[in-house]
Design a protein around this ligand. Structure first.
Ligand code: DI6
Ligand code: FE
Length: 404
């Protein structure tokens, strides 16, 4: 047996299924070799040959180690901000009404098109750093504020550049089907043709697409348009995700499931049939309490039905300038508990194990078990439920990003 590069001693919230609440191991040890987890369990049972004179020992008695956090749904890269829209909504305007007037997403499109790639990186950098301060080391970033070939590619390149700059894992999602751009006003089908014929192939050729997403909604794309996009993505071997049933019941959950989507996100208005289909397809439900709170939604997502059917639940910030100007995943976890009645354990699973699943990374990260990447956070807390209890603001003592 090879010795470990490092061994960390603390309580472990492994989040491994079948290991009890939080997959917890009191007084645990986590051994790391070459950036992977070699062994995780009770310190008293740590195989002695793993510790050699060259092994680094990190002792954090009473602290907790969790998997590094994963924000599996963000629109982190964008130009401008929309505080005037926020103010108007507080005075009685609605999110949909602003979108129909050509404000909403399209106003961010204008600002994003006007920015260079370097400017987009500079604008997103402080937002990313706030996420990282929460212990996040994997971030999904969507395009969708460019809505032209050049600007969508610019957004995806900016997202990848941010990942490289910070040495973290960034997964990029092509969300060209976020809104119909002004050049295609009244011609959503022609715009979908443009996505399929030009944007998707170009983004793929440049290696910029990990998944394809769409906003299926009365103010955005129809089920038929979404299905056409998903069929093309599937033909190219790309996984899909969907903004589904956020503002109205549009059959989004069932549509996502029909294409074996990694996730269906939002889901406030998801139907029972849609939830059953998601359970069958293994599609993760990504809940976004920041958007729920910010648009002034009244109907929370059907958490009881998701649980009853065994649909995996993830949570994310949905960080974006319109419906969720939020850069703290820990705050999202807190709100998921207070607003959606998730348990603190579900909230932690939702930003580790299930968030990894929502990105197709379940075999790579999100739990503390042998073979997974050594991506973990050390917290000075008395119990893992504290991560959901504090309304953000908690910072890990240390985050390992693959090197132990
Ligand atoms: N749903 C959302 O909550 C975000 N996108 C989407 O499809 C909002 C994006 C925005 O308003 O800028
Ligand atoms: Fe979103």
């Amino acid at each position: 047996m090879t010795g470990a590069d490092a061994v960390w001693f603390a309580n472990l919230a492994t989040m491994q299924p079948g290991r009890g609440a939080y997959g917890a191991v009191a007084d645990g040890a986590l051994a790391v070799l070459d950036g992977r987890i070699l062994w995780a369990g009770a310190a008293a049972e740590l195989p002695q040959p793993l510790v050699t004179p060259a092994t680094g020992i990190h002792d954090h008695p009473g602290c907790w180690i969790t998997p590094a956090l994963i924000d599996c749904h963000t629109h982190l890269v964008f130009g401008g901000e929309r505080s005037a829209e926020f103010e108007a909504r507080l005075a009685g305007d609605s999110y949909e009404a602003a979108a129909r007037r050509g404000g909403g997403i399209l106003s961010t499109v204008q600002a994003t098109r006007a920015a260079t790639e370097a400017e987009l990186v500079a604008l997103a950098r402080p937002r990313l750093r706030r996420l990282l301060a929460d212990g996040v080391r994997t971030v999904e970033i969507k395009s969708g504020y460019g809505l032209s070939l050049d600007s969508e590619l610019k957004m995806l390149r900016a997202a990848r550049a941010l990942g490289r700059e910070h040495g973290i894992r960034v997964r990029t999602t092509l969300l060209a089907a976020h809104a119909v751009p002004p050049e295609f006003a009244g011609g959503a089908d022609a715009y979908v043709d443009h996505i399929l014929g030009d944007m998707l192939p170009a983004a793929l050729a440049e290696g910029l697409v990990d998944a394809v997403d769409a906003f299926a909604e009365t103010i955005a794309f129809s089920p038929a348009q979404t299905a056409r996009l998903f069929a093309s993505a599937a033909a190219l071997g790309l996984p899909v995700k969907l903004h589904a049933d956020q503002l109205t019941e549009g059959g989004g959950a069932a549509l996502a499931a029909a294409f074996g989507a990694l996730s269906a996100d939002h889901l406030e208005y998801a139907s029972q049939a849609g939830i059953r289909a998601m359970a069958k397809a293994g599609t993760v439900a990504v809940l976004l309490p920041g958007a729920y709170a910010t648009v002034g939604a009244r109907q929370p997502p059907p958490v009881a039905a998701l649980r009853a059917h065994g649909v995996p639940i993830a949570i994310a910030t949905d960080c974006n300038p319109g419906s969720s100007p939020m850069c703290s995943l820990l705050l999202a976890a807190n709100l998921a508990c207070s607003l959606f009645r998730l348990t603190p354990e579900e909230a932690l699973a939702g930003m580790t194990r299930e968030a990894a699943r929502a990105l197709g990374l379940a075999q790579e990260t999100g739990t503390l078990q042998p073979g997974r990447a050594a991506e973990f956070a050390v917290w000075r807390i008395g119990h893992p439920r504290e991560l959901a209890y504090w309304m953000g603001g908690l910072s890990p003592l240390h985050v390992s990003c693959g090197t132990g």
